[in-house]
Design a protein. Structure first.
Ligand code: PGD
Length: 769
């Protein structure tokens, strides 16, 4: 293994890396103006004791064979050879495949995995199951944008088109007068982008816009959602009440004659129905500023002032992922679009509606001229799917029917789940319920590089390499740099890359040629790169041979200057170049959605009170948002993530006044609890959030004292112990884990150290690389 510094890439940045003893020395990519501190999480990751070193099988599964088992999550592991592990996996796949067909196998395998186009774990799982077993039950949509990705095509167009090509950061810097960011524009979110992000430019664009005079207004319960660079205003509202606030704002605009009626008549359908709802003609309830104030906690005067200042300005409205990751999460996204339309802004440079600006480093950027070819997935022989966040419902209720986007679907009976590149015990809600769900399976197989809680619930754990231990090509559709990802270290212990694991399994299933097409990993990289060259050559763009690219470490790709393309084209044409909606216009009222007859998602946007709201027993809102010190749960054992913990525990922010009333001081260990469980965290007192609100980020590895408890206690600080596992609505069935309600107290029980990073009992503790 070379000791010279080589190029590499992660979801949070490109970099040069080289080994120095047990450490990794990292230099951020030279063209990155604002590299992410998340790179520090790599420093000591390669040989961390939390790595999975050898194939492991859960003792209960090994001794009793496949079948539902309540010991999952609380059992010992037995080390086995790769030969035995792959034989057992192949045998079990054959058994399930023969007995139940692909309908018995869940291969959704949700998760962000790692950067690298070829070794992308989810793509590898899908290709493997399609080419060897004829398919699998899949999942659709994401935990990020479950509600928006289903809603937006009905009312304006494809979510990715809106988010990535809606309005560019350059346009904002040059044209926007007001940017209203529901859920803010926190830079911690824009520092990551799936596939890689070689240049972090959001901070610079925000500074540039603010200098020119753009007013940024963040509407959020958390002050930290608006970076200082934006020099903006914080409008603090109660969690989950943005829809009510927006309805109040619309009422003020209507009452003041400040709506753009010509735009609404020409480019939208359904404004009259919206007005009828606001004015009380629909159901007798007038949704004016006073009505909104009583729900969202912002005074009616402030709502009115806010509305009036927007009129006549170039206004951009953006709604963060977080708002739609909640019960009725479709509503604030829809209303954000309606607000932009009422102001007549969609399609004007730097104005209108954009979805989730700043939520990922992809958004508000330009697309590459051509995309990097994806690993072909093969053909899935069955068409059975679930909305991704309904996994526990599916496993607990086989045969039950459910609603989704106008369809009545049935949960299949899953016997085997295959996971690589995701951590359900990070991403899913109500973890005690998720454990029960996984206990129903005959077999759970997980490929992991570290002992995450998901690995600890698996029957068979196969050790996967990290990207740093293999070669790949890093790239993303909105990143102009293609990175040759050189390996920095030998694989840890006996770890293998997912492709090598699947190729061996395919061989044992008699399908190696179908899976591999005769290529090794390098052969695939050359093949995919060659396809890219051909795509570019069709546009008269010449590129170097693979060997030259590999040696140079990087290739700059041509990009399209495509901000706002779809919406701009739509507005440029007086007849409205049709949008991809049923009417060809912005749908303030959707006849299609209305035809589904869902009480929890009507034909136009509304305010619906969530079932979770503060009560005497659970008086605090808990915001469980994205962490600032790691990507989701990845490398939670890394230096940067660990450096922000206190006593090894995650930090929970609460308002000083609430803390005083509860007798809680800075650094106290506090307990957050509700009907689903208990979580410990270290208290941080602040004035930067509303009273009645506490905030605990996601991503601390689940560390239950008793994993089998009905209401487990996580001593590390994983908020998904507490969140409710319920879909956003019958329309999208998205994840609603952003907000829940809890009680908070100073922890009075026995304090034991966090054990999340110690491998489970019976497994090998450490292997030198
Ligand atoms: P990660 O921590 O990124 O979380 O959920 P996701 O499952 O994506 O997990 C990826 C896992 O893949 C890691 O454990 C990593 O070790 C493993 N891995 C990485 N590379 C490889 C590889 O090459 N091979 C294999 N086999 N494994 C690999 C994220 C999800 O959480 C998302 S996207 C969102 S937006 C949601 N956010 C929230 C939220 O805001 N609030 C709550 N309450 N809950 C959420 N859950 C969701």
């Amino acid at each position: 293994m070379t000791q010279k510094s080589v190029m590499h890439s992660a979801h949070w940045g490109a970099f040069q890396a080289k080994r120095s003893g047990e450490h990794l020395l990292i230099e951020p990519f030279r063209s990155d103006p604002d590299p992410s501190p998340l790179l520090q999480n790599f420093h000591r990751a390669l040989n961390h004791p939390a790595r999975v070193a050898r194939p492991m099988i859960r003792r209960g599964w090994l001794e009793n064979g496949p079948g539902p088992d309540r010991r999952r999550g609380a059992d010992e592991y037995v080390t086995v050879s790769w030969e035995e592990a792959t034989q057992r996996v192949a045998q079990e796949l054959k058994r399930v495949g023969n007995a139940y067909g692909p309908a018995g196998i869940f291969g959704g395998s949700y998760g962000w995995s790692s950067a690298g186009r070829f070794h992308h774990a989810q793509s590898q799982v899908h290709r493997f199951l399609n080419t060897t077993l004829g398919g699998y039950v899949r999942s659709v949509n994401s935990y990020s944008s479950g509600a928006a990705s289903v809603l937006l095509p009905h009312i304006v167009g494809d979510m990715n088109e809106i988010a990535r090509r809606g309005v560019s950061w350059e346009e904002i810097a040059h044209h926007s007068e007001v940017v209203v960011a529901f859920g803010g524009l926190a830079l911690k979110n824009a520092q990551v982008a799936s596939g890689g992000l070689s240049e972090h430019t959001e901070r610079g664009f925000m500074q540039q816009a603010a200098r020119r005079g753009t007013r940024f207004i963040s509407v959020s319960p958390l002050q930290s959602d608006l970076p200082e660079e934006a020099q903006g205003e914080w409008l603090a509202l109660r969690p989950g009440t943005d829809a009510a606030f927006m309805l109040g704002v619309l009422s003020v605009l209507i009452a003041g004659g400040l709506t753009d009626e010509a735009f609404l008549a020409r480019y939208c359908v359904g404004w009259p129905q919206m007005v009828a709802y606001l004015c009380g003609r629909e159901d007798g309830v007038v949704r004016d500023a006073q009505w909104a104030a009583s729900i969202c906690g912002i005074s009616s005067d402030r709502i009115a002032q806010f509305a009036r200042q927007l009129a006549g300005k170039r206004v951009l409205v953006t709604v963060a992922h977080a708002l739609q990751r909640a019960e009725h999460g479709e509503q604030p996204v829809w209303l954000g679009l309606v607000l932009a339309a009422a102001l007549g802004q969609p399609g004007l440079p730097g104005g209108g509606f954009t979805y989730a600006l700043g939520a990922l480093g992809h958004y508000g950027k330009h697309h590459n001229l051509v995309s990097f070819p994806a690993l072909p997935q093969g053909k899935n022989g069955i068409d059975l799917f679930i909305p991704v966040a309904r996994i526990a419902d599916m496993l607990l209720n086989p045969g039950a029917s459910f609603d989704y986007n106008g369809q009545r679907l049935t949960y299949p009976h899953i016997r085997l789940a295959y996971w690589a590149g995701g951590n359900p015990f990070h991403h899913h809600q109500d973890l005690a319920r998720l454990r029960q769900a996984f206990c129903q399976l005959d077999t759970l197989i997980v490929h992991e590089s570290a002992w995450t809680a998901s690995a600890r619930h698996a029957d068979i754990v196969l050790p996967a390499t990290m990207t740093l231990e293999r070669e790949d090509i890093g790239g993303a559709p909105t990143d102009r740099h293609l990175i040759a990802m050189h390996p920095v270290a030998e694989p840890y212990g006996e770890a293998r890359d997912d492709y090598t694991i699947f190729r061996e399994l395919a061989r044992q299933l008699g399908r190696e040629e179908a899976f591999s097409e005769g290529r090794d990993a390098r052969g695939w990289l050359q093949h995919l790169y060659q396809q890219l060259r051909e795509k570019l050559a069709a546009h008269q763009v010449q590129t170097p041979e693979f060997s030259e690219f590999w040696q140079q470490g990087m290739l700059t790709l041509p990009q399209l200057k495509d901000g706002g393309r779809m919406i701009n084209a739509f507005r440029a044409n007086p007849d409205g170049a049709p949008l991809p909606t049923p009417s060809g216009k912005i749908e303030i009222f959707s006849a299609k959605i209305a035809s589904f007859g869902y009480e929890n998602c009507l034909g136009h946007p509304v305010w619906r009170e969530p079932q979770q709201k503060p009560s005497t027993d659970y008086p605090f809102w808990l915001i469980a948002n994205q962490p600032a010190t790691r990507l989701h749960s990845q490398l939670d054992f890394g230096d940067y993530s660990q450096g922000a913990k206190r006593g090894g525990r995650e930090v929970c922010s609460l308002n000083r006044q609430d803390a005083a009333a509860l007798g809680i001081a800075e650094d106290d260990i506090i307990e957050l609890y509700n009907e689903r469980g208990h979580v410990l965290a270290s208290a941080r007192l602040t004035d930067g959030l509303l009273t009645g609100v506490v905030q605990l980020p996601t991503g601390a590895w689940y560390d239950p004292i008793d994993p089998t408890a009905a209401r487990p206690l996580c001593r590390h600080g994983n908020p998904n112990v507490l969140t409710l596992d319920v879909g956003t609505s019958s329309l999208a069935q998205g994840c609603s884990g952003q907000i829940t309600v809890v009680q908070v107290r100073k922890y009075a029980g026995e304090v034991t150290p966090v054990q999340a990073f110690i491998p489970p009992h019976g497994s090998v503790q450490r292997v030198s690389a």
